[in-house]
Design a protein. Structure first.
Length: 299
């Protein structure tokens, strides 16, 4: 059975130094360009020849002239340098700062957007990506760096920070005061949480309008076609709407700030978690329905 001897690979640093020696025509010229001593360059070129198993230079008192294999290597390294230069230009045009992705459900994403400067100041050396796919974000595959969930994760290598509570109530247009309005509901295909299922589980016969898109619920209520269950911070922020009854206690749930345990020690992720916790705490009364209408609603 034939045994293959693994070949050593030349380092890119040595190949680039070879290119400088070839252009300079000798060690002294290469030393002037690189700041590396001539003896060190000479030793590295000998090591490169041994690694490649080829003679690259014809050495003489006149300097280092390229041998046949040296000319071939010079051509190949020149091509490699052109590719590397293109990559460097491409990289320079890209965003160099790290980013933190925050995933919440669609009801919290406007709160994040309205207060983004409290999560990242203009001087912070990182970027933020906002997503409304919180409940479906898979931290195992790093679908997001920081997620706000309505349920504490039961498994996974995650760090969990308990936060505030979020409440819900029925809202109707103020212009329809005293009218018996039909119900607007989330469609059964999109109803994943108790707050989504509440209307069709309790008032199915009165549903005249439904939607698969939670973002449309406030607009449908504003249009006057019916009443619906909304987060109190959203409904209370819409001056054209009013609550019908009290907060629905059975729908109130806690919020949990969750991050992958390996990522939470990154400075930008740690700062984002701390600031997000402060933001939610500062809005605890609004989220729980204990504050007046003092915030902007869905635009």
């Amino acid at each position: 059975m034939k045994t293959e001897i693994p070949m050593a690979e030349a380092s890119w640093d040595d190949l680039q130094l070879f290119h400088v020696v070839a252009e300079a025509g000798g060690l002294s010229g290469a030393a002037e360009r690189t700041g590396i001593s001539a003896p060190t360059i000479g030793r590295r070129m000998l090591a490169l020849e041994r690694t490649l198993g080829r003679s690259l230079f014809v050495r003489s008192q006149r300097g280092y002239q390229l041998a046949h294999d040296g000319q071939e290597l010079f051509r190949r390294v020149t091509a490699m340098r052109e590719v590397a230069s293109g990559i460097a230009v491409w990289h320079a045009d890209a965003f160099a700062l790290p980013f933190v992705s925050i995933a919440t459900d669609c009801w919290l994403s406007p709160l994040i957007a309205d207060n983004l400067e409290s999560l990242r100041s203009r001087d912070d050396p990182f970027r933020i990506c906002c997503s409304s796919e919180g409940e479906s974000a898979d931290l195992t595959f790093r679908a997001a760096d920081v997620v706000v969930l309505s349920k504490r994760p039961e498994s996974g290598n995650v760090a969990v920070l308990p936060s505030v509570e979020m409440a819900y109530a029925v809202y109707r247009p103020k212009a329809a005061a005293g009218q018996a309005l039909p119900w607007i509901s989330i469609g059964t295909a999109a109803a994943r949480e108790p707050r989504d299922r509440y209307v069709f589980e309790n008032f199915e016969g009165g549903i005249m309008t439904w939607t698969e898109d939670r973002h449309l619920l406030p607009r449908l209520v504003l249009s006057g076609v019916g009443r619906a269950v909304l987060p109190v911070w959203v409904g209370d922020g819409l001056t054209e709407l009013e609550r019908e009854g009290e907060v629905i206690a059975e729908l109130t749930h806690p919020l949990f700030i969750v991050a992958h345990d390996d990522d939470r020690h990154r400075r930008e992720v740690r700062l984002t978690i701390e600031r997000l916790a402060a933001l939610l705490k500062n809005n605890a009364a609004r989220l729980a329905g204990k504050a007046g209408s003092d915030g902007a609603g869905i635009q």
